[in-house]
Ligand binder design. Sequence first.
Ligand code: AMP
Ligand code: MG
Length: 308
Amino acid sequence: MSGKKVTEVRLADAAGIAEAARILDLGGLVAVPTETVYGLAARADRAEAVARIYAAKGRPSFNPLILHLSDLAAAERLAHFSPAARALAEAHWPGPLTLVLPRRDGAEVAPAVSAGLPTLALRVPAHPVMQALLGAVPFPLAAPSANRSGFISPTRPEHVLASLDGRIDLVLDGGACPGGVESTILAVRADGSLAELRPGPITLDAARASGARAPIEAPGQLERHYAPGKPVRLGARSAEADEFLIGFGPVAGAVTLSARGDLTEAAARLYACLHAAALAPQPRIAVAPVPDVGLGRAINDRLRRAAA
Ligand code: AMP
Ligand code: MG
């Protein structure tokens, strides 16, 4: 299960899920749809399996992975939940919220999952396919996005194959991901305060509503990410001759994030539009302005890093 291999694609029905569970049990790699983007899953309790994720993605080993669990009880076996963390989990799980919490002594998680940090990033995903898979295996799954490191995240099976064909064992085909941008990542401190490490579908206002205090700290993530391999110009109201324009609202483009200016639709279409732009003949990409509120903050965060 290493090096060049044949990547199978299977429908995410009962037989496909059983095959995925069998491959994961053996330490292999499976791409799985979630409500955010496709994840590249491996069993989190085996160092060799986790090492394969980093190798297949070409991901730097200092960039830790998110642990996916079937429920809060499973997460509480691995990490210490303060009352604020538990309130957040109860309000938003299953769903696109990742919590960074102190790791428990004896948690059966390979150190490479958290890149050696004393914390773990955990979430309970809502997508029925990922839920079914987590229910079919007796271990947690480590799963970053199923793309080569630094490139555009996948929201469809063909996006996964475009960058990982021949490098992973299986793609579970569950169609397009409904959400389209990665989970919100919040670090929850012992005093109940929050640090937003990555904006996402759960806004800070929604998180605060669950009782946690949320001063915003600097997002400490990789500056260049989600890159389509061409220069990207943001805030464009029209296209130059050599640009492929991604529209939004009144700015029509070659494709649009959302003609009616809807941020939920724009999030779901974001990576498909970037994939289309990457494949287009034009050497440059331009993107229409997107309002920086609510889910728009997550979209603009990804766009800024695509353009960096
Ligand atoms: P991805 O798996 O590609 O969605 O990226 C996961 C993100 O979670 C990375 O940007 C990491 O920096 C972040 N992350 C994972 N674990 C931790 C942790 N223990 N502390 C802080 N950030 C984390
Ligand atoms: Mg990623």
